[in-house]
Structure formats: structure tokens, C-alpha cells
Design a protein around this ligand. Structure first.
Ligand SMILES: [Zn+2]
Length: 212
């Protein structure tokens, strides 16, 4: 896995990023990844000022209006990586949109059964990755956390068991998620699950894959 810096954004339009100083602050990042629930004009701002590739997944708050914006943004602005495995600078990453189903609205929500099915259908590609590059996956990007890394008693925020099993099985170096807001800035964003660093990227987070 080559060393690189990835700027993650999620859930909140950050005044630190939405600023004329963005290039000064984050110009060194090689790549931008969004864990969802952000407006497309924010992505547009990031891409046009940093001039770096942007990949994203959609959060549960995605609306019909966002769908229109997505059509305008996607062709040159960024790539939706839900259910996809992407190889960039010798690292492999994949994305999982939405959160655990908590009501009947048409927002992006999945039952445990659906999420598990999505993961199962990706297995041949994880194996292909393993044969070709030696790891099933290096980095998982999800809107919702794996179970045990959200808010336990809230259906919407407790996270997916299937995602947790995937992490336990393939032990990627990182899983980065959004969806769980951090109100206390001193609270740690990073926890471990086996060998995997689970990172809550709320607002924004810079991941240096050299681990510094
Ligand atoms: Zn969310």
C-alpha cells in the first residue's frame, strides 16, 4: 500500500474546508472521499479548488433533489463507489451507502438482509483483488458504521452487523464511516476492530496511510 493522504468529508459542510484557505490546508491530499450526506455543490467546490479526484457514497438523507444534482456532478466531478471496488495508487477501496432501515421513507436505507446480499455479491471481486494484489480490500468506506461503533439503542444509528462481519473476516487496514455525529471534539474518532482501524470521519478527517 503506497503512502498517501486522503481527505475524508462527511455529514457536515465544514467551515474549515468551505474556505478560501482550502488549498493551503488540504492541497497535499492526493484524493478526496465522501462518506455521504453532503450537498453536491460542496463536492463541486472541493473538486474545483483542490483539483483532486473525488469519490463518494450517498448517505441516508439523499433526496430527489440531490438525484438531479448528482446527474450534473457525476460526469466529470466525481464517482459514486457504492458496491464498487476501486484501485488508486496501489490501494483498494470499496463503498457502502445508506444506513440500517429505520422507517418506510424512500431515503437510502437497507435491511441487514439487503446489506448482507450486497456484500455477498461482491465476494468474487474481493477474491479477485486478493489474488491480484494480495489483500481482499485495504479500505472500506461506509456511510453507517459497523455494529458496535454507532449508537447501540437507535435503529438508525446502531450500524450493520454484516459490515462488521466483513471487517472481521477481511481485516482491511481501515474502515472509514460517517453518519454518527461527533459533538465533543475531544472524543476519539478512532477505535480498533481486530487489526482494522475504524474511523469516524464526521465533518472531515485526513488519513495518512503511512500512519503518522
Ligand atoms: Zn446518515
Amino acid at each position: 500500500m503506497s503512502a498517501m493522504k486522503i481527505l475524508f468529508v462527511t455529514d457536515n459542510v465544514s467551515p474549515i474546508i468551505y474556505s478560501e484557505k482550502i488549498k493551503e490546508r488540504f492541497g497535499e491530499c492526493d484524493l478526496v472521499i465522501s462518506c455521504g450526506d453532503l450537498p453536491f455543490n460542496y463536492y463541486d467546490f472541493i473538486v474545483s479548488t483542490l483539483n483532486k479526484p473525488l469519490y463518494y457514497i450517498r448517505g441516508n438523507h439523499f433526496t430527489h433533489n440531490d438525484e438531479k444534482q448528482q446527474k450534473i456532478f457525476d460526469p466529470d466531478g466525481g464517482k459514486n463507489i457504492h458496491k464498487k471496488i476501486v484501485r488508486f495508487n496501489n490501494i483498494s477501496f470499496c463503498g457502502f451507502e445508506g444506513c440500517l432501515k429505520y422507517n418506510n421513507s424512500d431515503r437510502i436505507q437497507y435491511s441487514e438482509f439487503d446489506m448482507n446480499l450486497t456484500i455477498q455479491t461482491m465476494k468474487p471481486r474481493f477474491w479477485w483483488n486478493r489474488i491480484r494484489y494480495g489483500t481482499f480490500i485495504d479500505l472500506i468506506i461506509s456511510h453507517a458504521p459497523p455494529k458496535g461503533f454507532g449508537t447501540p439503542n437507535e435503529l438508525c444509528h446502531k450500524g450493520f452487523s454484516s459490515l462488521r462481519r466483513l471487517v472481521e473476516k477481511y481485516q482491511p487496514r481501515y474502515l472509514v464511516h460517517g453518519h454518527i455525529h461527533i459533538y465533543d471534539r475531544n472524543k476519539s474518532r478512532i477505535s480498533m476492530l481486530g487489526k482494522t482501524k475504524i474511523i469516524n470521519a464526521y465533518d472531515h478527517y485526513v488519513l495518512d496511510t503511512e500512519g503518522k
